[in-house]
Each structure stands twice: as structure tokens, then as C-alpha cells.
Design a protein around this ligand. Structure first.
Ligand SMILES: [Zn+2]
Length: 509
């Protein structure tokens, strides 16, 4: 619209000018090399206009011709970049799909077409990794390290390479360099935390953990648990070096970091007891028990209730049974309260009380939703009461047989390797995973299909206590009992896990 108006205005202007020149003819005389030219002013204006237009046209044509090579070059570069980007995209897709050959081919193509763009280096490195060529991958990552725009990405690549090669020191150095570059990156703080833990650098690990939690890389609850585990590890180290007070302070911090943490409460109570603070020890356990009853809390509480003035084992057992009531009264309906009281009553030979608590516990495990049935521990206690009160070995044996079939007792189970332990450790003794142990019942291993032609059990050394873990890469130093192994007295059919695994595939049902 605006153009139309402009055109109309211009046309009107030209018409007016033409009209004006026609009405005012005037004349121009030019003397040039002895010749005299005479014409109207309007004609001269038209001649000048035509010459100007011709000059403009000539300039346009000439400059267009002169810029052809440049434009051709720009077009070629655009096409090259376009093909390079397409190769890059195909290469990335191939990496994601695990197609090593295509990834390598497209990486080479992208490298030729896109001269060393950051993404090309990354693709080349990933393609090399897919091909299993770690050296080439490292070369590309090193190239990335040298460029400011790819240094961070290169560090990540080198860190992963070092991790795969098992070179923890190098991995830690790369993580530290990455943390200097981008201290707020969540993967950096997470890696720094994990690598510092593996290297035993507890203070550095604590700092990295704090940042990782702040960045949301580790959730607050897990962060608090990890912090408690870090402090407990340091507490262990301090005690080993003979600094009991420092060890106790660290355990107190751990209990504060994760209130209700059973390992922290147990450790603090142990150190309180060792330094003569019996009341503090009891209070700490009561606090943790309030958050959640746990058999190991009850076991640690009992001895704290002895006054030290008892003269016989019987008197000590009686003191424990009476003292434990204070703990069980906090959660009087909890099955752990019943079981703990039953056990203490049995030790004190209070048969009637023991039977009463066992009946309550049994009712709970049978009726409560999600209780999972009576655990082996309950049956073992029932066997004890028959054996110790009445000497009824036959009935005790029946209870023990039931214990063999019952749900396995809970243990500290490693979420990484599946091994189970009687006591908690900051690092799993089997796989060295940090803070991987959680209290729980091992998976029931109910029945294993018998594979025809399997070797006789005796030939496999079954029942030598070295029963099957969930993995083949079992540590030389095996834990007391593995996660998948059942409680003692389990029917023979479930025992030779390892033997059958060697033969073929155990079938879990
Ligand atoms: Zn483990």
C-alpha cells in the first residue's frame, strides 16, 4: 500500500515536472570544441536522467558480476556446513542406537565438513568409544580439554574414561578440575562426592555432598543419610586412632544429621557407654527407638540397664528384663517390643512372661497386614522356651523346623551387591559401596528347580557355609551370610545355590 502511494506521488511529481518544463521551455546553449549546441532545458534534464540511470545500471551489473565468485564460495560453504550438520545428526543417532560403524563414518564426514566444531569432537570421541578404541576416544577428549568451549565436556569424557579404566586418582583429579570450572554443576558435585568417598577423603566428600544436595543432584533425605554415614566412618577412624572423644563427637553429629538413624544411635550409645555416660547412652537409644523400634537398639539397651551391682548372671538378666520395659513401653504394641521383651524374659527365666510376649508377637505377624508372616527369630525363641523351660526337645525341633521355613530374619542388606550383614558398615565390606546397607528382609528363596544331572551336593561342597550370593564376582572375604541364603536350618533343597548355578540356571519362584 505504502509503495503504491509512493509510486503515485512519484508519478504525479514526474508529470508535474514534465508539464512545467513544457510550459517553460527556456533554452540551453553549450559550446564544445568550437561547436555550439542549443536545446530546451527539459531535453537536457531528460538526457542527464537517462545518463544517470545508465550509470546506475552499469554499476549494478558490474558489481553483480564481480561478486559471483564470492557468492559461489558462500553457497558452497553453506552447503558444506549443511552436509556436515546432517552427518553430525546421523552420527549422533548412530551413537544413540549403538551403531559403531555408522557413527565412525559420519564422525569422519562431520569432521571433514565442519572443521573441529565442539560437537564433532564429541561425536568422534563417542564413535571411538563405541568401536572400543579407548585410545582414540582419549585423544579426542584431550583435544576438547585444550579448547575453552569444550574443556568442561572433555573433562567429563576423561572422567568417565578414567572411571572405566579403574583409575580413581585420575578420575578424582578430573572431577576436581571440573568442579573448579563449574562448581555448581550437579553431576560434577555428585562425581566429586562419590570419588572422594572412594578415595577416603571424607572432608572433601562432605563438602561435595553439601553442594550436590543444594543443587538437587542428591535428595535431602539421602543427603542426610550419606552425611551421617560419612561422620560415622570418620568416627570409626578416630576411634581406631585412639581418639575416643573425637569419635564420640562425630557420632553425635551423625545422630544429629540423621535423627532416628539406627547405626548412628548404636555407635553413639557404644561410645557413650565406653566413656561412662550410661544415662546419655540410654537416652540416645530411647530417642532412636521412638523413631522406629529395631532389634539392635533393644540388644544395645539391655546391658545399659544393668546397675553393675548384680552378683550373678541371673540377677543381671533380671535387671535387663526389667530395664528393657522402659524401652518397650514407648511402643507397647510394636512386634519388636514383644520380641525384645520375650528374649529378655527368656534370659531371666521368666517363662510365663516370655510365652505371653511371644504369643502377642505371633498374633501380630499372623494378623497384621504386610507383616509377611512370623519370622524365623520368633520360632527360634519359641523353640528356646520349650527347650529351656520344659526340656521338650521334640517340640523345640518342630519350632526350629518352622524357623527353617519361615521368612528370613532381616539383616543389613547391600543395595548394590545384595550381600547381607549382621552389623551396619559405612562401606559395604563386600563391594565397597558407600552407604548402601539398609535394614531389610532378604528375598525369600523358596524353591529352586532341581536340574537333572546336577552333580551330587557333596561333590560341590554344599553346606560349607559358602552359599550363593547373587553375583558371580563374589569377594574373597565373604560376608557371614549372604542376602539370598536362607536362615540356618533351611531345607536342603534350597542350599546348594552355587553348585546349581555352576551347573546351569537356578530357577527362582
Ligand atoms: Zn555391597
Amino acid at each position: 500500500m505504502a509503495r503504491l502511494i509512493l509510486f503515485l506521488v512519484l508519478a504525479a511529481g514526474v508529470a508535474l515536472a514534465a508539464g512545467w518544463f513544457a510550459s517553460e521551455p527556456g533554452s540551453v546553449t553549450v559550446n564544445f570544441r568550437g561547436e555550439t549546441y542549443e536545446t530546451f532545458v527539459g531535453v537536457l534534464v531528460v538526457i542527464i536522467a537517462v545518463i544517470a540511470m545508465a550509470a546506475v545500471l552499469l554499476y549494478a551489473v558490474l558489481s553483480g558480476l564481480l561478486s559471483v565468485p564470492k557468492r559461489l564460495r558462500a553457497w558452497r560453504e553453506r552447503r558444506r556446513a549443511d552436509r556436515g550438520l546432517k552427518a553430525l545428526a546421523r552420527g549422533m543417532v548412530a551413537v544413540a542406537a549403538g551403531d559403531a560403524r555408522t557413527a565412525d563414518r559420519e564422525a569422519g564426514r562431520a569432521d571433514r565438513l565442519l572443521d573441529a566444531a565442539p560437537l564433532t569432537l564429541l561425536l568422534s570421541a563417542q564413535a571411538a568409544q563405541l568401536q572400543g578404541d579407548e585410545q582414540a576416544a582419549e585423544k579426542y577428549f584431550r583435544e576438547m580439554l585444550a579448547r575453552p568451549d569444550t574443556e568442561f565436556l572433555g573433562l567429563r569424557g576423561m572422567l568417565l574414561q578414567a572411571g572405566r579404566a579403574g583409575d580413581r586418582a585420575a578420575a578424582l583429579a578430573y572431577a576436581q578440575r571440573a568442579a573448579e570450572l563449574r562448581p555448581d554443576s550437579s553431576w560434577v558435585q555428585r562425581s566429586l562426592f562419590e570419588l572422594s568417598v572412594k578415595a577416603g577423603l571424607w572432608t572433601e566428600a562432605e563438602e561435595a555432598l553439601r553442594r550436590a544436595v543444594r543443587r538437587g543432584a542428591i535428595d535431602a533425605e539421602t543427603g542426610a543419610r550419606h552425611r551421617a554415614a560419612l561422620l560415622l566412618q570418620q568416627s570409626n577412624d578416630a576411634e581406631r586412632r585412639g581418639y575416643v572423644d573425637e569419635a564420640r563427637n562425630l557420632a553425635r553429629k551423625a545422630a544429629g544429621a540423621a535423627p532416628g538413624s539406627v547405626p548412628a544411635a548404636l555407635r553413639l550409645a557404644g561410645l557413650d557407654r565406653a566413656t561412662g555416660r550410661l544415662r546419655a547412652a540410654k537416652r540416645g537409644i530411647e530417642r532412636a527407638w521412638r523413631s522406629g523400634p529395631h532389634p539392635q537398639l533393644a540388644a544395645a539397651y539391655g546391658p545399659l540397664t544393668e546397675t553393675g551391682k548384680e552378683e550373678s548372671d541371673e540377677a543381671r538378666a533380671l535387671a535387663r528384663a526389667q530395664g528393657l520395659r522402659r524401652l518397650s513401653d514407648i511402643h507397647p504394641l510394636h512386634p519388636e517390643s514383644h520380641l525384645a521383651m520375650a528374649e529378655a524374659s527368656l534370659d531371666a527365666k521368666l517363662w510365663g512372661e516370655a510365652r505371653g510376649y511371644l504369643a502377642k508377637a505371633e498374633r501380630y505377624f499372623r494378623e497384621a497386614e504386610g507383616a509377611g508372616g512370623p519370622p524365623a527369630r520368633l520360632y527360634r525363641l519359641l523353640a528356646r522356651v520349650e527347650e529351656e523351660e520344659k526340656g521338650d526337645a521334640a517340640q523345640a525341633a518342630r519350632w526350629l523346623a518352622l524357623a527353617g521355613e519361615a521368612a528370613a530374619d532381616p539383616r543389613w542388606l547391600c543395595s548394590e551387591c545384595g550381600h547381607g550383614f549382621a552389623t551396619w558398615h559405612p562401606c559395604c565390606p563386600a563391594c565397597q559401596g558407600f552407604d548402601t546397607l539398609a535394614w531389610g528382609r532378604p528375598e525369600p528363596l523358596t524353591r529352586i528347580a532341581v536340574i537333572p544331572g546336577a552333580l551330587p551336593l557333596a561333590a560341590l561342597g554344599a553346606g560349607d557355609g559358602n552359599r550363593g550370593g547373587g553375583r558371580n564376582d563374589r569377594p574373597a572375604e565373604a560376608p557371614e551370610r549372604t542376602a539370598e541364603a536362607g536362615p540356618p536350618g533351611q531345607p536342603t533343597e534350597t542350599q546348594p545355590v552355587e553348585g546349581r548355578r555352576a551347573e546351569g540356571q537356578p530357577v527362582k519362584e
